[in-house]
Design a protein around this ligand. Structure first.
Ligand code: PGA
Length: 223
């Protein structure tokens, strides 16, 4: 059975108390684990929260994997403010790389992103590599891509499932190393299945609808 990735990108949101509250609601909720079998649920918190969230998940045996929203383009050393791939690997298995907000607000280029992918792989992290269209460059080591058109991010106007499926299929044809293409951009519990039911789409990357755990797990169950 096809594996479906459901990824929460919390972006620059949540204090520690809010993050723990999100997780405690998962523990006390009625969402049956059985219904998320064959689904890889990944939560990507801010760096300040990543250790706390990963310990909570471990202690409570929650069916959640941990990822970061970014990693440094450098390995360890004198790079003030940067968090490197090996530091993330202590707590998580995945790293989002190349989100359009990183490209736009932090001037990240294809060259920088390629370095990040190499460092992620060396550290044993799986990159979740974001692209905005079928012609974007995908580094050689990437097997998991998230197609996220900028016009759909945070706007409430998702891409059409037909177009998203066509782009996903074009991405895998152009980049044979890619095994999974996810869709991201205004995904909700109501529209998620219109994307995850499609042959070329292996899951979703979720921003706004991941910030409340009941909505996010509703979305995961509907996927
Ligand atoms: P959104 O964000 O779900 O709020 O549109 C998706 C993303 O940017 O990953």
């Amino acid at each position: 059975m096809k594996k479906t990735y459901i990824i929460a990108n919390w972006k620059s949101n949540k204090t520690q108390i809010e993050a723990i509250d999100w997780l405690e609601q998962v523990v006390s909720s009625k969402y049956p684990v059985a219904s998320i079998e064959n689904k890889e649920i990944i939560v990507c918190p801010s760096f300040t929260l990543i250790s706390e969230v990963s310990f909570f998940v471990l202690e409570n045996s929650l069916p959640i994997k941990i990822g970061s929203q970014d990693i440094s383009q450098f390995s360890s050393g004198a790079y003030t403010g940067a968090v490197n791939a090996n530091q993330v690997k202590e707590f998580g298995e995945y790293a989002i790389i190349g989100h359009s907000e990183r490209r736009r607000f932090f001037n990240e280029t294809d060259e920088i992103l390629e370095k990040k992918v190499i460092l992620a792989k060396e550290a044993g992290l799986i990159p979740i590599y974001c692209v905005q269209g079928k012609d974007d460059k995908v580094p050689a080591d990437v097997i998991l891509v998230a197609y996220e058109p900028v016009t759909a991010i945070g706007t409430g106007t998702p891409d059409t499932p037909e177009n998203a499926n066509a782009i996903a299929s074009a991405i895998t044809s152009k980049n044979p190393q890619v095994q999974y293409v996810l869709y991201g951009g205004s995904v909700t519990p109501d529209n998620v299945a219109t994307f995850t039911s499609l042959s070329s789409i292996s899951g979703v990357l979720v921003g706004g609808a991941s910030l409340k755990s009941d909505i996010f797990f509703q979305l995961a169950n509907n996927a």
